[in-house]
Design a protein around this ligand. Structure first.
Ligand code: PLP
Length: 383
């Protein structure tokens, strides 16, 4: 069990990153110490780590209902997203150079699109409604003869909204277009079944589900046309060169398996924390606006805006009280610009600027939710 209360601090920023699960650390340790062999080496030490990597691949494949040869290890969500988008776009450039993404994607997708645009690709950015949902009709309308890839995230990091990926992917396939989803915020938090979703590619990152930082994977349906992301050795079926991060991969598999086994129970607990928190805040601060879809959302995720307040200042004041939360998106927290996601759901600037994100995770308690809510209310009443 993780203790999220280091020196009386409460960590509630699990969409940014999560603490390493003790079971994952235990599983990793031998590969950071005595079992350091290169998985490509032919002698015993290498064979041992090769088996560890392949066992992890098996576990991860099972957890998302994929086949073992459809899981490719990467350095995390950013690399998986970059690879999925540019790898497919470049492979299919003779078929067409048009890509469709939602306007609320993570920068790992948006900035890859910007790089592709600079190389002559065209990108359509789909709008979202006030809850952050992409509509099926908008997607249908935007597909063209030369569209080669659609990428829409499964769950949004800033507002927690979960998209109807199954229906969106079905539309893509009706038009013969490949579909990628960034599932970085979803894996380990909600059930993810690649067969049921019907996606061709899916990105994941270990540190978002209590695995280690700097490790992730890309699911690619067998036969998906894709170029290697970078060049070098023959690892990962010749598609992703570089000596494997064995300890990271083993830790990632342990963490995902833990979450799949405990999902029902933790979903219930996280929902209870989010509800407790929201109830206390809305009872005391009636101006609070809760962002994202009310029902189709990540279980421990709360995004709220306080009109004419400064989210940045609130974050720092809470930090002084030992509470870690975030403003819009953690990846952006050093930027003072209003987030593209909050703009896309139509929040006016004076509301968006007063946004805080509280994301509960493994190791948090309902008591944490009460403590954070009460400290936040006290601050809002004082300043
Ligand atoms: N995609 C989403 C939705 C994210 O939330 C993040 C991280 O915040 C990423 C991609 C990038 O993942 P990583 O930090 O593993 O590169």
């Amino acid at each position: 069990m993780i203790d999220n209360h280091h020196k009386n601090n409460i960590y509630a920023d699990h969409s940014a990153t999560t603490p390493l699960l003790p079971e994952a650390l235990e599983a990793m340790l031998p590969y950071l110490k005595e079992d350091f062999g290169n998985p490509s080496s032919p002698y015993g030490r290498g064979v041992k780590t090769h088996h560890a990597v392949e066992d992890a691949r098996n576990v991860i494949a099972d957890c998302i209902h994929a086949r073992q040869n459809e899981i490719f290890f990467t350095s995390g969500g950013t690399e998986s997203d970059n690879w999925a988008l540019s790898g497919v776009a470049k492979t299919l450039k003779d078929k067409g150079k048009h890509i469709i993404v939602s306007s609320i994607e993570h920068h790992a997708v948006l900035n890859t699109c910007a790089a592709l645009e600079a190389e002559g690709y065209e990108v359509t950015f789909l709008p979202v409604d006030a809850n952050g949902m992409v509509t099926l009709s908008d997607l249908k309308r935007s597909i063209r003869e030369d569209t080669v890839l659609i990428s829409i995230m499964l769950a949004n990091n800033e507002i927690g909204t979960i998209q109807d990926i199954r229906s969106l992917a079905a539309i893509a396939h009706d038009h013969g277009v490949l579909f990628h989803t960034d599932a970085v915020q979803a894996i380990g938090h909600i059930p993810v079944n690649v067969k049921r979703l019907g996606v061709d590619l899916l990105s994941a990152s270990a540190h978002k589900f209590n695995g280690p930082q700097g490790c992730g994977f890309l699911y690619m349906k067998h036969g998906t046309p894709i170029k290697p992301f970078h060049h070098g050795g023959q690892q990962e079926a010749g598609l992703r060169a570089g000596t494997e991060n064995v300890a990271g991969i083993v830790g990632m598999a342990t963490a995902i398996q833990y979450h799949i086994r405990n999902m029902r129970e933790s979903e219930k607990r996280l929902k209870e924390m989010a509800k407790t928190f929201k109830d206390i805040v809305s009872d005391n601060i009636p101006q609070a606006i809760f962002n994202g879809d009310n029902r189709k959302r990540l279980p421990g995720h709360v995004s709220m805006s306080f009109p004419n307040r400064d989210g940045e200042a609130l974050l720092h004041l809470l930090d002084l009280k030992g509470i870690c939360v975030s403003t819009g998106a953690a990846c952006n927290s050093r930027s003072t610009e209003v987030s593209h996601v909050l703009r896309a759901i139509g929040l006016p600037v004076d509301v968006a600027k007063g946004t805080l994100r509280v994301t509960f995770g493994h190791g948090n308690t309902v008591h944490d939710a009460e403590t954070i809510a009460n400290k936040l209310i006290a601050l809002l009443k004082k300043i």
